[in-house]
Write a protein that binds this ligand. Structure first.
Ligand SMILES: Cc1cc2nc3c(=O)[nH]c(=O)nc-3n(C[C@H](O)[C@H](O)[C@H](O)COP(=O)(O)OP(=O)(O)OC[C@H]3O[C@@H](n4cnc5c(N)ncnc54)[C@H](O)[C@@H]3O)c2cc1C
Length: 364
């Protein structure tokens, strides 16, 4: 069986990994580089039970456990897998008062409670995890092709191959579309529901050993009066990752062209300096922007594309793509070899949403 996976983010890499474990070496086609987009620039925060009460809960629980399994099997230290405490809090702005509640946080930041313990909240470095999954898959026969997917070739209602922008066709019996928000670019060849990209900005600081394993979800008042919700993830490699400032800025067709909104990195830096004297002193190692993929109903899209034999979609994981990557890859691999997936995928069936009508699209 010839399987081509379009997109080398966490979803594509995890699908290749679990497929390789079943003896099938797929071809991953990636336009830029593995984890070039959100899968390399996200927080990598994992929570076991934060999706409870939603249809995503079973996928999240399964995936949280698979993260631990992968760390044991492949050496999770390579991608900074570790357990950590997680707190919620708020910075009302204004003058600092009293002692800080966490040594590395400014005194005016008030913690409202511990919202995760090492048993329920963990983290990974998402790019390194994606690369490790792809590397393990390649050791079992997967290959990675650097090329731009331009379309899916079909005949008589079945997949025949993947068309590349350079005019080549990769023959395929089954195709997995896992291009994150760019999956929608294939709506001209497959009946795909809409997928949007919501942008987020992040900074990575060199904080050495000054920040313990404490993740923070904060509300912070900016100097201009607006309220932002920075998420702060210290990593075991001596860096600290902070993301905030979502926007609906348009998605460029080329993932390499994603950049920050005007002034966004300066605003985020000012917020970080206000929240922590450690961050205020630290060197900024990276300024990043990326788009998380989202469907109209907010749920992932995982399963066969209706009406086209051999076509599958795996995307729209929104803010939980790194958490849910392993269970999604495992489920996709099962579907591809006609096994029952470990998690019931009914809520994520791409067929629940109507296909995008290309005549409705306006470009600016
Ligand atoms: C700021 C931010 C912070 C986040 N933090 C977390 C977190 O802490 N925990 C968590 O679980 N989730 C988090 N997420 C969500 C998570 O990052 C995403 O859900 C996930 O990375 C999506 O993975 P993906 O593989 O579907 O897509 P992507 O990572 O977007 O991968 C798609 C790939 O397709 C490639 N591609 C695009 N077009 C083409 C083409 N034409 N041909 C070939 N390849 C192409 C791209 O280059 C890219 O590598 C965060 C998201 C953002 C934006």
């Amino acid at each position: 069986m010839r399987v081509v996976i379009c997109g080398g983010g966490i979803i594509g890499a995890a699908t290749a990994y679990y497929l390789a474990a079943r003896g099938i070496g797929a071809t991953i086609v990636e336009r830029t580089a593995l984890a070039a987009a959100a899968s390399g620039k996200s927080g990598g925060f994992l929570a076991r039970d934060w999706c409870e009460g939603t249809p995503v809960a079973p996928l999240a629980r399964r995936s949280f456990d698979l993260h631990a399994e992968l760390a044991n099997a492949l050496g999770g230290g390579r991608w900074g897998y570790r357990a950590l405490d997680t707190y919620a809090g708020a910075d009302p702005g204004g003058a600092a008062a009293g002692e800080p509640q966490l040594a590395w946080i400014a005194p005016q930041v008030r913690l409202e409670g511990r919202i995760g313990t090492p048993a329920t909240t963990r983290q990974v470095h998402p790019r390194r995890l994606t690369e490790a999954l792809a590397e393990a898959a390649c050791a079992r026969g997967t290959r990675i092709v650097t090329a731009t997917v331009a379309g899916i070739a079909t005949q008589d209602g079945a997949v025949r191959g993947v068309d590349l922008a350079d005019g080549q066709r990769l023959p395929a019996d089954k195709v997995v579309v896992a291009m994150g928000p760019w999956s929608i670019l294939l709506a001209g060849s497959l009946p795909l529901p809409a997928v949007y990209g919501i942008k987020g900005h992040s900074l990575v600081f060199d904080t050495g050993d000054q920040v313990p394993p404490e993740a923070l979800f904060l509300e912070a008042r900016e100097a201009g009066g607006g309220v932002e919700t920075p998420e702060i993830f210290p990593r075991p490699d001596g860096t600290t990752y902070i993301c905030a400032l979502s926007s609906d800025a348009p998605l460029p067709v080329d993932p390499a062209a994603v950049d920050g909104d005007e002034g966004a990195f300066d605003r985020l830096h000012a917020i970080c300096c206000q929240l922590s004297p450690v961050l205020a002193r630290a060197k900024v190692l990276a300024r990043q922007a990326c788009h998380r993929p989202v469907a109209v109903d907010g749920l992932p899209l995982i399963g066969p594309v209706p009406g086209v034999e051999g076509a599958y979609l795996a995307t729209a994981h929104s803010v939980w793509g790194i958490l849910n990557g392993p269970a999604t890859g495992e489920a996709m691999a099962a579907l591809l070899v006609d096994e029952a997936p470990a998690v019931n995928l009914a809520a994520f069936d791409p067929g629940r949403l109507r296909p995008l009508d290309l005549s409705e699209i306006t470009t600016r």
